[in-house]
Ligand binder design. Structure first.
Ligand code: NOS
Length: 341
C-alpha cells in the first residue's frame, strides 16, 4: 500500500452519490441469491459475480441492476442490505453518507412502503449505534419507469417521511427520459423541504444538465460530467457553486466514457466547478470509495493535502447540518495535520 493509499484509508470521508441496491456486496448478493435459490439469474457464487457485473453499455448496466433489485424480496432483505452498507462505509472511515434509495422498485415488487421505510430506519439507527456512520436517504425516481414511478416515489416520500429522508432524485437512463416531465414532482418534493439532486449529463449531453437545473431546481447534479462539453454551463455551475457528484470508475464501467484517461474530471476542476468524488455502485463497478479517491488523486495530480481537500469538498457540498459539517471538517483537518509529512 503506498503512502497516499494508506493516507486515504484513514481519512475521514463523506459520500454523496451511492446507490442502495448498487452497494450490495458480492457476499450480500450471493446471500440474497441463495435465499431465493433457483429463481434468479444472479449467480449465488461471489466469484461468478465479477463476470455478471460486466456491462456492454449503460442500458445493459440498468438491466443487470434490476436483476439485483429482484433479489430484494422482503423487509428483512432491505434491513440487512442497508445495515451492511453502513458496515462497509465505516470500514472506509466514511462518517456521513447520502444513500440513493429507490422505494418504487421494491414496493412494486411487493414490499409495502411502511415496512420498507421501517427497515431502512432500523438499519440507519443500527449503523449509527454500531458503526458510527450517519446515513441519510435520497429517494429517487427510476426514470425508465416514468410518471407512475414519479407519482409513487413522491407519495412514499411525503406520506412515510422516514427520519433520514433529506433529498429527492432521478436515476436510470437519461436517453428518451426527458427531465422536464418530472417538474411537478420535484416542485412538490422541494415545497416539502426535500433537496433536489437529479442525475443528469451522465449518458447524455449538457442539455440534460440545463434541464435538471431549470426544470427540477437541481441543487447538486448526479454525475453531470457532460458539463465539460459546455464552457458556459461550467461557468454557470462554478459561479453558483452547484456541485457535481462525480463517480469516475462508474463512468468507465457503464461506457459513459472510454477510459479514465478520457475522463473530464480535470476539465471540470480547472473550470472551478465544485466536485465531490463518489463510488456510485461500488461492488458492481469493482471499486470502493477509497479507490475512487486514489483515481481522482491520479487524474488530478493530488498529494495528501489535495486528497484531504476532496473529503472537505464532499462534506461542504453535503446536506449535513452546519454543526455536523463543522465537526467532520475539523476531524479531517486534524487527521491531515497529524498524517501529512
Ligand atoms: O449510475 C447510475 N445512473 C443512473 N441510475 C443508476 C445508477 N446506478 C444505479 N442507478 C439506479 O438504477 C435504477 C434504475 O431503475 C434506479 O434505481 C437508479 O437509482
Amino acid at each position: 500500500m503506498t503512502e497516499l493509499t494508506s493516507f486515504i484509508a484513514g481519512l475521514p470521508k463523506a459520500e454523496l452519490h451511492l446507490h442502495h441496491v448498487g452497494s450490495a456486496s458480492p457476499r450480500i448478493v450471493a446471500e440474497l441469491a441463495a435465499r431465493h435459490e433457483g429463481d434468479s439469474p444472479v449467480p449465488a457464487d461471489p466469484a461468478a459475480l465479477a463476470d455478471f457485473f460486466a456491462f456492454r453499455d449503460f442500458a445493459h448496466f440498468i438491466e443487470v441492476y434490476l436483476k439485483v433489485v429482484d433479489l430484494i424480496r422482503d423487509d428483512e432483505d432491505v434491513r440487512m442490505l442497508t445495515y451492511e452498507i453502513g458496515r462497509e462505509l465505516a470500514r472506509q472511515q466514511v462518517r456521513y453518507a447520502e444513500l440513493t434509495i429507490t422505494p418504487y422498485s421494491s414496493v412494486k415488487r411487493g414490499i409495502p412502503a411502511p415496512a420498507f421505510c421501517a427497515a431502512i430506519e432500523d438499519a440507519r439507527r443500527g449503523a449509527a449505534a454500531d458503526f458510527g456512520v450517519d446515513l441519510r436517504w435520497c429517494f429517487d425516481i427510476p426514470g425508465e419507469a416514468g410518471l407512475p414511478a414519479a407519482e409513487e416515489t413522491l407519495r412514499i416520500a411525503l406520506e412515510e417521511k422516514p427520519d433520514g429522508l433529506i433529498s429527492f432524485g432521478l436515476g436510470g437512463p437519461e436517453l428518451g427520459v426527458p427531465r422536464s416531465q418530472f417538474k411537478p414532482y420535484f416542485d412538490r418534493a422541494r415545497a416539502a423541504g426535500l433537496r433536489s439532486v437529479p442525475h443528469a449529463g451522465e449518458t447524455t449531453g449538457p442539455e440534460t444538465i440545463w434541464a435538471a437545473l431549470q426544470d427540477l431546481g437541481a441543487e447538486r447534479i448526479g454525475h453531470g460530467i457532460a458539463a465539460a462539453q459546455d464552457a458556459q454551463l461550467m461557468a454557470y455551475l462554478a459561479e453558483r457553486e452547484i456541485p457535481l457528484e462525480v463517480c469516475p470508475t462508474s463512468n468507465v464501467r457503464t461506457r459513459a466514457v472510454a477510459g479514465l484517461d478520457e475522463h473530464p474530471l480535470a476539465t471540470l476542476i480547472r473550470a472551478g466547478v465544485p466536485v465531490s468524488i463518489n463510488s456510485d455502485d461500488p461492488p458492481m463497478f469493482g471499486t470502493t470509495l477509497e479507490e475512487e479517491y486514489a483515481v481522482a488523486a491520479r487524474l488530478l495530480g493530488l498529494d495528501a493535502h489535495g486528497v484531504a481537500g476532496l473529503a472537505r469538498a464532499a462534506v461542504t457540498q453535503s446536506f449535513l447540518e452546519p454543526a455536523g459539517k463543522a465537526a467532520l471538517l475539523a476531524e479531517i483537518d486534524e487527521y491531515a495535520a497529524s498524517n501529512v509529512a
